[in-house]
Design a binder for this molecule. Structure first.
Ligand code: NAD
Length: 285
């Protein structure tokens, strides 16, 4: 037996097609989702991410603005740009590419983004709404994980989900989303004793750790669904996840590859958030 592959590329393409169709249907009403992406400094990885986001906007028929600011930009200058974007009617989503240069306080910047345009889902009000189960723009990688589960017939309801990692970007929000989807959720982290034993109890494993190939085959219950959020660069330049794919695939029921699993979902969910934010701004249900 070998696990069925959860093809994130295919599922992301399917969702993008749905977004594109919905965007086209709004064009007649003069509604066009708009995303502003702000990049401070010249981090090469961030430049790639920003370029990909602008390209996705173009493909889906969104309006987009990319603001490339120098690494010397002051916090005040960045905050005044955000205030301008908050007030701009043609912008429905604002994404400030992280990390920011050290002299800028990340929290001050995230807090300044209008909640209704917080397409990254990192604003404390968005996080609070997520926790209490109110409508909120959901963080992209975690909501991508939920879509992968649902669209492969692995809805979390009634399952035991074990999340490895408790970061604000992935571990915590994906745990809350799994709970909202009626899973029983265990959150593990660097101080969890006997992690393999905890993971062995899982019907769904979500690994968001940042440790290459941490999760082994004998940690996984036969038939379990294994979602690998990790993206790690090996010394030979290849990418690998937090799951030892070769070791786990013969045991699991379903598994995401790295790359091509969770990765393609992140930008797609950003686009979906921008579309939803545009719909809300124009009173479209
Ligand atoms: P992080 O470093 O902020 O958090 C890692 C978490 O793992 C921490 O909560 C820590 O307690 C836990 N941890 C560390 N070592 C552990 C161990 N040995 N056993 C158990 N728990 C341990 O990382 P993050 O931002 O949550 O990212 C995690 C991984 O996901 C990284 O590889 C990152 O590159 C990747 N990531 C991918 C995407 C995507 O779009 N695919 C998006 C975000 C993050």
């Amino acid at each position: 037996m070998s696990a069925q592959i959860i093809d994130g590329k295919r599922i992301a393409a399917e969702i993008r097609e749905e977004i594109k169709r919905e965007t086209e249907s709004f064009a007649a009403k003069g509604v066009r989702p708009g995303l502003a992406v702000v990049l401070v400094g010249e981090d090469p990885a961030s430049q790639v991410y920003v370029r990909n986001k602008a390209k996705a906007c173009e493909e889906l028929g969104f309006y987009s603005e990319v603001h490339r600011l120098s690494a010397e930009t002051t916090q005040e200058e960045l905050l005044s740009l955000i205030a301008r974007l908050n007030a701009q009617a043609d912008i429905n989503g604002i994404l400030v590419q992280l990390p920011l240069p050290k002299h800028i306080e990340e929290k001050a910047v995230i807090d300044a983004i209008a909640v209704e345009k917080d397409v990254d889902g990192f604003h404390p009000v968005s996080v609070g709404n997520l926790l209490i189960g109110d409508d909120a723009l959901q963080p992209c990688t975690p909501s991508g994980v939920i879509e992968l589960l649902k669209r492969t017939g692995n809805a979390p309801a009634g399952k035991h989900a074990v999340v490895i990692g408790r970061s604000n970007i992935v571990g915590k929000p994906v745990s809350i989303l799994l709970l909202r989807e009626h899973a029983t959720v265990t959150i593990c982290h660097s101080r969890t004793p006997d992690l393999p034993a905890v993971v062995r109890g899982a019907d769904i494993v979500v690994a968001a750790v940042g440790v290459p190939k941490l999760v082994k085959g004998d940690w996984v219950k036969p038939g379990a669904v294994v979602i690998d959020v990790g993206v790690n660069r090996l010394p030979d330049g290849k990418l690998c996840g937090d799951v030892d794919y070769e070791d786990v695939a013969p045991v699991a029921g379903w598994i995401t590859p790295v790359p091509g699993g969770v990765g393609p979902m992140t930008i797609t969910m950003l686009m979906l958030n921008t579309l939803n934010s545009a719909k809300a701004a124009h009173g479209i249900a």
